[in-house]
Design a protein around this ligand. Sequence first.
Ligand SMILES: Nc1ncnc2c1ncn2[C@@H]1O[C@H](COP(=O)(O)OP(=O)(O)O)[C@@H](O)[C@H]1O
Ligand SMILES: [Mg+2]
Length: 247
Amino acid sequence: MIEIKNLKKSFGKKAIIRGLDLTIPDHDFLAIIGRSGEGKSVFLKEIIGLIKPDEGQVLIDGIDVTKLTPKDAEKIYQKCGYVFQFAALLDSLNVFENIGITLLENNEPEEKVLPLVADKLKSVGLDQDILYKYPAELSGGMKKRVGLARTLMLSPEILIYDEPTTGLDPITVKIIHELIKKTQEKLNATTIVISHDIEVFKYAKRVAMLNEGKIVYVGPADTIWECKDPYIYQFIRGLKEGPIKIK
Ligand SMILES: Nc1ncnc2c1ncn2[C@@H]1O[C@H](COP(=O)(O)OP(=O)(O)O)[C@@H](O)[C@H]1O
Ligand SMILES: [Mg+2]
């Protein structure tokens, strides 16, 4: 379980996360939505320790990861797989090297790593013939899948996706969402998807909305279109500024 309590983060004078509380049970499939620039990525990076919060707690299975030494924290973070917003592949490495990077860096022999990489490639629906291609030779959707395959190599208990469908065409968006769902079901990993793409409601179990540095709503995803919460009502219909009164 992940429990986030009174989390705060400012950059200079600008308060981004302003006292955020959220509990994410094991095996949840949670979509976190919010406008661009609201602090979704900052929030994610605080969960996995890439950004240190100014205040508050991030408890992962009861341990406050913000208080740990970097060495102890690493053990916890090994449970977390993070799929970056822009796939974050290394351009000078081919697909095989990108996916197998952690093992290859630990001097595992290539012939041992190859079948593992091939297996993960298959589980994200890609053919072996791209193993020796470079990121520049792949489409946007393929890069995202390779990014996911690399994360799956770590067998994470918590899987976090940052804007997995941004910049993709509608068909690829659907394929990526289905892949995220399939992966969630297969690994039974706690899955968090940060998105401003409302299509994600068709796949997630729950929705949380980030607004002005706080979670202003948490509820089920399947009934979101009937939701009368003013923040949600506006956001999913693309209505303008500020919370409105819903009759
Ligand atoms: N390392 C940083 N230093 C300074 N400002 C940052 C940093 N990271 C993010 N920000 C600022 O925090 C705000 C939220 O960013 P971000 O979390 O990327 O938004 P979102 O992911 O919701 O689109 C933005 O105004 C951004 O400029
Ligand atoms: Mg972001």
